[in-house]
Design a protein. Structure first.
Length: 464
């Protein structure tokens, strides 16, 4: 029975009411550690779905700890920004604008498989600044279009997958994590990282600052990815005869550009402009995202039914709001500083150079990725420790924030469950798990080289 799977959750939390708290931590913070670890167990082993798991734990925990502290995360602006990012992404699906952009590109440029790969990359990159859920963007907009093209060319999961479908499927995951790292608003997890960096490192990353840091390393990886994968995982079909017809049929089915699509384009451009100029105007990226959503509702591009039907947004709100509230309480209670003190008893990075310290922190973050089935859960639970550990090194706090922020994206490529986009692409059945993991690991290495050996010198060069 599922209810029996809750026993470890209860025992983990209860242990921290029995075990005395360390002398340099207050009892309330120590109790929160137990709740935090029980939440982490629930997110990793999932006796229930993430949101249900968090509601169960938070509900019972509220009987024993201050509920204002426990539920503080639900009132944080970042949590509401994540909701807005999911729903904005939904607008591209509902209006058909995402499909229209892809079909237009295909009708003009899609004449061979390699070109098709680059079109996929550019389409996803074009949508990324305003679609904070890469699972919804890549899995709900970009990948379905290109999978339809593969199937129209007689490449199916169980029939000729290597003809073209396997190449496009694997490339989609690689591209999705690349575009997620390129823009601060390219993946919901990025917002969590920015918030934690501000809370722990005292670094306030801006949208344009993030782009300046990512444009060279992420840009190089994205530009090289279609060609590199084309060489190491070559599709059998190299030249395509009827992709233009497929795209034109898709555009014909969509019909004329609708009012909602035109308005979405306008709000999209204004939103990107708002994120780019945040350091000048003083308007935070969170506020821009919420205003973006407000415009979609006022103009009736989206309705209230559209908002409440975006289940993934509200599920994320429930589990992340609960987890974030507890994580913030631990930060304010000094738990992460205490934990770093314990870790430093075994790992001391204070005597190493900035470059070595950053490399160790990134490799440490990558080495534990196999234990997490959610990118957001990984960041929320593990990055406070990494950030606090980073503060004990000689590395610049900004470089710590950027290095770990970008590795959160490309690190998901190690497994098929490291990110929602990976779950969707792998579940299509085109690429076997062994191959999926092998190719993903190769591209993690490529990203690591690009960010550490090109990115850090580039940041020095531009004076970040």
């Amino acid at each position: 029975m599922k209810v029996m799977n809750l026993l470890p959750v209860v025992l983990i939390a209860a242990a921290f009411w029995v075990i005395p708290s360390p002398s340099n931590l207050n009892v309330d913070t120590w109790h929160m550690v137990g709740i935090y670890l029980s939440m982490l167990y629930g997110l990793v082993f999932r006796p229930y779905t993430d949101s249900v798991m968090m509601l169960i734990i938070a509900g019972f925990a509220s009987l024993f700890v201050d509920s204002k502290v426990l539920f503080a995360g639900f009132g944080h602006p970042l949590v509401w920004f994540i909701i807005s990012a999911f729903i904005i992404c939904r607008a591209f699906v509902i209006t058909g604008l995402g499909k229209r952009i892809a079909y237009i590109l295909l009708s003009r440029y899609g004449n061979n498989t390699l070109t098709l790969g680059y079109l996929m990359m550019f389409t996803d990159a074009l949508l990324a600044p305003a679609t904070g859920s890469n699972m919804s963007r890549s899995g709900g907009i970009t990948y379905p279009i290109f999978r339809n093209i593969a199937e129209s060319l007689d490449s199916h999961p169980h029939s000729h997958p290597r003809k073209i479908g396997a190449y496009l499927t694997m490339l989609m995951y690689i591209v999705s994590m690349g575009t997620s790292s390129l823009f601060m608003t390219g993946m919901a997890t990025n917002s969590i990282i920015v918030s934690l960096a501000n809370e722990i490192l005292g670094i306030q990353l801006e949208w344009l600052q993030w782009l300046k840091a990512s444009i060279v390393p992420a840009g190089l990886v994205l530009l090289g990815a279609p060609y590199i994968l084309y060489k190491i995982y070559a599709p059998e079909l190299k030249h395509i005869a009827n992709v233009r017809e497929v795209a034109l049929d898709g555009l014909k089915e969509l019909g004329a550009v609708k009012r909602e699509e035109k308005l979405l384009i306008i709000f999209f451009l204004i939103g990107v402009l708002g994120w780019m100029t945040g350091s000048i105007t003083g308007i935070k990226y969170v506020s821009v995202g919420l205003a973006f959503l407000a415009c979609l509702l006022v103009s009736k591009v989206l309705t209230w039914n559209d908002v409440i039907s975006e289940k993934s947004a509200w599920q994320t709100f429930v589990w992340y709001g609960a987890f974030y509230g507890v994580a913030t309480a631990l930060s304010k209670g000094g738990f992460y500083m205490y934990l770093v003190g314990v870790i430093q008893g075994y790992i001391d990075l204070s005597g190493y150079s900035q470059f070595t310290s950053l490399l160790v922190l990134v490799l440490f973050s990558l080495s534990v990725r196999y234990f997490f089935v959610s990118n957001s859960a990984f960041v929320v639970s593990f990055y406070p420790v990494l950030f606090t550990l980073g503060m004990s090194t000689n590395a610049e706090p900004l470089y710590i924030a950027l290095s770990l922020a970008f590795s959160a994206g490309y690190g998901a490529l190690l497994t098929h469950y490291g990110n929602g986009a990976g779950v969707i692409t792998f579940s299509s059945g085109y690429v076997p798990q062994k191959t999926f993991w092998k190719l993903g690991t190769i591209f993690v290495f490529i990203n690591l080289v690009a960010y550490v050996f090109i990115g850090i010198p580039y940041w020095n060069l531009i004076g970040m």
